[in-house]
Design a protein around this ligand. Sequence first.
Ligand code: PLP
Ligand code: ZN
Length: 410
Amino acid sequence: MFVESLKCIECGREYAPNAIVYTCEACGGLLDVTYDYSRLEASQLLEIWSRRPLSVWKYQELLPADSSRKVSLGEGGTGLHRCSRLASKLGVKELYVKNEGENPTGSFKDRGMTIGVTKAVELGAKATACASTGNTSASLAAYSAKAGLPCLVIVPSGKIARGKLVQAVAHGAKVLAIKGSFDDALREVRKLCEKRGLYLLNSVNPFRLEGQKTLAYEVCEQLGRRVPDRIVLPVGNAGNISAIWKGFKELRELGITRETPKMMGVQAEGAAPFAHMILQNLDKLTPLDKPETVASAIRIGAPVNWSKAKAAVVESKGGVTVVSDEEIVDAQRELARLEGLFVEPASAASIAGLVKMLEQGVISRDETIVCVATGHGLKDPDIVVRFYEEPFEVESSRVEEVVGRVLGCG
Ligand SMILES: Cc1ncc(COP(=O)(O)O)c(C=O)c1O
Ligand SMILES: [Zn+2]
């Protein structure tokens, strides 16, 4: 391990890498894990990595947890799918989807949780906790179960997708459903962690984001040590865009790549405080009181990582866009029917955002584009029930009679 410290991104104060601290005690700023990159040699790293399979822990030299004690379910190593049918429909030269639904619990959160829960074990935590729009709780519940740690999750009642809730329950987490929003849940769980010594695993936890940055390393490797022109991804609490940007910056810092991609964040119309801050060129984020969107995973009004994410967009010369719920569901359907990839609505926001940014001329059609599909479509089956055509109900004796009509061939 080459970790140096936990460093406040606002005032620069440093904390020991084994401190249990989530935000700066001096100024409240977010913390970042720093490394001594001078001790890491690119050719040596590439040689070691070439002997390991694609996975989060492949990159253990750039991770802050002890690999000999890892709590792992086989996370990372997800497919980077070339989407030629969708690309040709959109008139785009080279389009890929990084399908994070292929992770053990069906979302990118597993990349972070394997590191975060390993860290919890290293630090001697007695229990883990998080607030969640669904995927974080599903993932934390599974990794806590693997580690033998009790897990508490707080979710906004009635507002998380069914598939995600059942995962948390199945893995034995204690689930508190509160009357309120995700932002209320996060505030409460942060207080609880302070008071009761539970180990907090929301994306404000700097170790968790380190696991998530491995998506950048994988994309680069899967493209044959090439960096795409754009990464397009949904933004909720704004941790993932920050983490992936850090991954690409590290590759450049180490001399493994020369370029970095432009980071493009996509938010849903009714939950877009981050996009509005960027589009209006504001210094600070104004939280939104009642966020609303069909994409429940990104129904967040006060993204905690906004300052890291702002740096990601600005430093990478990226951008943001806002999409409607209808555009999200249309994009989900297109991806499922043209490419065989069934992703949840929040994930489809990346495709919807790409479509919009192509129309606006923000992204040009000859670029190499990677959309991150953050979670599996089965997480939220009710969306399909609500927005898609129903199956034909028919008496078995009438199948022959109606089949032509169903297939649209008379
Ligand atoms: C499927 C999915 N996509 C996107 C996000 C947003 O990620 P972030 O909160 O890191 O911006 C989440 C967060 O819960 C998610 O579950
Ligand atoms: Zn500080």
